[in-house]
Design a protein. Structure first.
Length: 556
């Protein structure tokens, strides 16, 4: 007997025997639903035998047989109606449990939403990708019409999506490409650190999405709901179908603000801010300017997060302003890091530690922010030391929060995801490990690189070259070496320019006599403030690959 928990109200299992019913009752189940027709298998006990044992124990038992592979919309409705009348928790069974979980999914999709249903089903060990179009349509069979059809479809109009579409167009101007994204605006997110430090205005970091979509690339203004990779089809919200020959997946990363208790209710007030949101970065600068004394806390969640240096960048720029304003001596600064090290590439740590000491910052490793009481100005952390855990509370006057981050929900529950929910790619080619006509880049992949805009800038031409090579074009395959860059703004006017690849290997773009990345550099600041924004808008998003030409595999 292999019972798989789905929700608190229902579990499913393969075929049970009459002798199992007592144990099922002892586990707390109050009802049993049989979804397997009698006589389907030679070794199958009849429903009446199961029902007899259940009734002896005061359990309800219902017979709702469904032929394998033929679960109808009506079957789903009937299953849902039956559950309303049964005492919970319920155990539903069939030969393998698949029909039972499918019936539950179809009956629940309208109320719970397809992503929640897929997540519960996946957690129970069942792949419902075969009925995902019905789940997106509220549990009913949708029209089979194809609403859009393009040669290459790109999911996401962020930095990675626009850059890869432009790189493809540079190599093949006639290629039919569509980008799918519901957002009206596109942000230059690396600029938000400088907004929070009073260097940029927020308006300098935003454009309309329509203005940055590459020429002769279609924009489908919609949200992707689900993937059907076996059929080369995407499902959009509203259950519209998009057909493709090749797919590039780059939807970015999800910021899980609600995973920190009380945070969403106090963001943007009570001294609680974050440079990870466009509308909050200006508030960071307001707080920095107004704080003349008290307690300032900066946090960093567990990895992976996008731009792993950003939590420190906010702290250093704030500390630099307080230093130059003459108030640093009145401010107690704490850095609470859920990780165990200051920065993941050890070569850059000595330079950063000098600034930690300069600003008299108190570092707390393996401390993870779990709750915020904005009205009382108290932050709560889970501190881990060896096998011991404790909850500590800290008062604050200013709190800069970096939220936990995860793959987007529609990626987590898709056939494209690995066990952790990230798009499962080969780290060198960025092609999906299972579906050869699918590539992925940017923050949603499971490639072990830093999640930065600089990484996407390097990845885009690699994906473009490899995708077109697959199409038979005379273009060499390319490899991605894990390059990422993190310009650590240690003070206004100086940056520690961290550039590295897989395994923490240093991958400097400039000779050391020009910019030594392990030391603070004024030239690196000039690069960050003056050169990188136009490089982003006018080169990366236009398919111009300055310092980003893809490398060939060594065997080529």
């Amino acid at each position: 007997m292999e019972i798989k928990h789905v929700t608190n109200d229902i579990s499913v299992s393969p075929q049970i025997a009459p002798s199992d019913v007592k144990a099922i009752h002892e586990l707390g189940f109050k009802s049993i639903v049989c979804n397997r027709p009698d006589g389907e298998g030679a070794d199958q006990p009849g429903f009446s035998e199961i029902k007899l044992e259940a009734e002896k124990l005061g359990m309800e038992c219902v017979y709702l047989p469904v032929t394998t592979g033929k679960v109808t919309d009506e079957d789903g409705v009937e299953f849902g109606e039956s559950l309303k009348d049964l005492a919970t928790p319920v155990l539903a069974y069939c030969r393998s449990g698949t029909r039972s979980i499918t019936l539950w999914a179809l009956s629940s999709a309208g109320a719970l939403g397809h992503e929640s249903v897929l997540a519960h089903s996946k957690s129970a060990g069942y792949d419902l990708s075969g009925v995902v179009n019905r789940l997106v349509n509220g549990g009913k069979n949708p029209s089979s019409n194809i609403d859009f059809e393009h040669t290459v479809v790109v999911v996401g109009a962020g930095a990675a999506g626009v850059a890869v579409a432009s790189s493809l167009k540079q190599r093949d101007p006639n290629l039919d490409i569509a980008i799918i994204d519901p957002a009206d605006v596109h942000y230059y997110q690396p600029g938000w650190t400088l907004v929070g430090g009073g260097v940029f205005s927020a308006d300098e970091t935003v454009r309309t999405t329509s203005s940055i979509i590459p020429k002769n690339v279609s924009w489908i203004k919609a949200a992707v709901a689900a993937f059907m990779p076996e059929q080369n089809i995407l499902l959009l919200d509203g259950c519209r179908h998009v057909k493709y020959e090749q797919l590039v997946v780059c939807p970015g990363i999800k910021l899980d603000w609600d995973k920190i208790e009380g945070l969403s209710e106090t963001l943007g007030r009570n001294g609680v801010t974050s440079n990870y949101r466009f509308d909050l970065a200006p508030y960071t600068w307001e707080l920095v300017q107004s704080l003349k004394g008290g307690k300032a806390i900066f946090t960093q969640p567990p990895m992976p997060i996008k731009c792993a240096g950003a939590p420190q960048k906010a702290m250093y720029l704030s500390s630099d302003h307080w230093t130059k304003s003459g108030v640093l001596k009145n401010i107690n600064i704490d850095f609470f890091n859920a990780g165990a090290v200051l920065f993941g590439v050890k070569d850059y740590v000595p330079a950063l530690m000098k600034y930690i000491e300069k600003y008299n910052i108190n570092i707390h490793f393996t401390h993870n922010l779990i709750a915020v009481d904005g009205d009382k100005k108290i932050a709560k952390f889970k501190a881990v030391s060896g096998d011991k855990e404790e909850i500590i509370e800290k008062e604050f006057d200013m709190l800069h929060v970096v939220p936990p981050q995860s793959p987007p929900d529609f990626i987590k529950v898709s056939p494209l995801a690995d066990d952790a929910g990230w798009v499962d790619v080969d780290q060198s080619t960025l092609r999906h490990k299972k579906f050869s006509n699918i590539y992925s880049l940017g923050d949603a992949t499971n490639a072990p690189n830093a999640k930065t805009a600089a990484a996407a800038r390097m990845q885009a031409p690699v994906v473009a070259a490899n995708l077109l090579h697959d199409r038979g074009m005379n273009i060499d395959r390319a490899i991605y070496n894990g390059y990422g860059s993190c310009p650590l703004t240690v003070e206004r006017g100086k940056i520690v320019l961290a550039e590295f690849g897989y395994g923490g290997k240093i991958l400097s773009s400039f000779p050391s006599w020009l910019i030594n990345g392990t030391k603070p550099s004024r030239l690196a600041w000039y690069l960050k403030e003056k050169l990188l924004p136009p490089l982003y808008w006018k080169a990366m998003l236009k398919g111009k690959e300055w310092l980003a030409k893809p490398k060939k595999p060594e065997s080529v």
